[in-house]
Design a protein around this ligand. Sequence first.
Ligand SMILES: [Zn+2]
Ligand SMILES: [Zn+2]
Length: 374
Amino acid sequence: MASVRRDYYEVLGVERGADEQEIKRAFRRLARELHPDVSEHPDAEERFREAAEAYEVLSKAETRGLYDRYGHEGLNTGGFRPTSFDFTSLGDIFSVFFGEDVFGAGAGAQARRGGRGSDLLVETSIDLAEAAEGVTRPVAYEVAVTCPTCAGSGAEPGTRPETCPRCSGSGRLQSVSSSVFGQFVRTQTCPDCGGSGQIVTSPCPECEGAGQVVEERTVEVEVPPGIHDGQRIRLAGEGHAGAGGRAGDLYVLVHVRTDPRFLRDGNDILSTLDVTMTQAALGARLSVPTLDGELELELEAGTQPGTVRVLRGKGMPVLQGFGRGEHRVVVNVIVPSRLTDEQRGLLEEFERLAGEDTYRPDESFLDKLRAAFR
Ligand SMILES: [Zn+2]
Ligand SMILES: [Zn+2]
């Protein structure tokens, strides 16, 4: 390990005041550039470890705070130890640091033996009405599966992988180095076998030795009633196959499309109802759209703008719970904007006849608004 350690901000190429996102972006860019599996730089591996360590420290508020105040020594006394990296492919890096598999199936070298497969994320969009009732949705995606020809060994049928002579089958190489901060034991993935501990001399023709092939798969995803926009559904074991270990999980990110007729407020639904000035004054029976279809609403004479009518149990179902929210209908009184001479005459006549008693709301408009947005 180098005895002069570079400043972590300098390593990542960010300002000292950089936020979480900038730090993540900077490391992601460096990781792509420097990962030993893909980089041509002669010192790529050392620089990659340096970047990974810088990211590990700066991405957590606690270690970043220590480093900002006391530098490298502060971390040492604080008991911080950088993670010993044992990555075999770029895909692994990203799933460790970012919880995602950006390269999809079959990225790069052979997967670790016994390693769990990567998780996958797919997205789907449903209507608000579907979110209210629950819906089963087919979701198609590409996934890495164990190669059927070689059953995952990567070796051509009839041949066998041989034990890697460099690491004697362990898949790892260890080295001990000393520095002013003490002794460091570094574990490194064996570069000859990529960590699998085995060398394939005649690779399987179908998967070219990877042990995995990409398959198109469709699963029926059950979206439960009451789901909110942006929630994820986990399907255990439907992600990428592992190399000997279990498969990763599939996450389905559900988008709930907005419905032009409704506003969603948690489990409640809000809508507005336009009534004419005369309907509001005289009373009316009107049809309003709800999640359950059209519903008749009786408005009494003298209904004021902003009046809220609560339809209990007509909102969204409670996710994984009981009952439903409410649907609040807010009355909007519309006033004529174009009058014929005759209509104008009638309204002027009405105004002459109106007295103090004609207009007497029993609740202020503001109180009504409060009721709508509680
Ligand atoms: Zn194969
Ligand atoms: Zn090896």
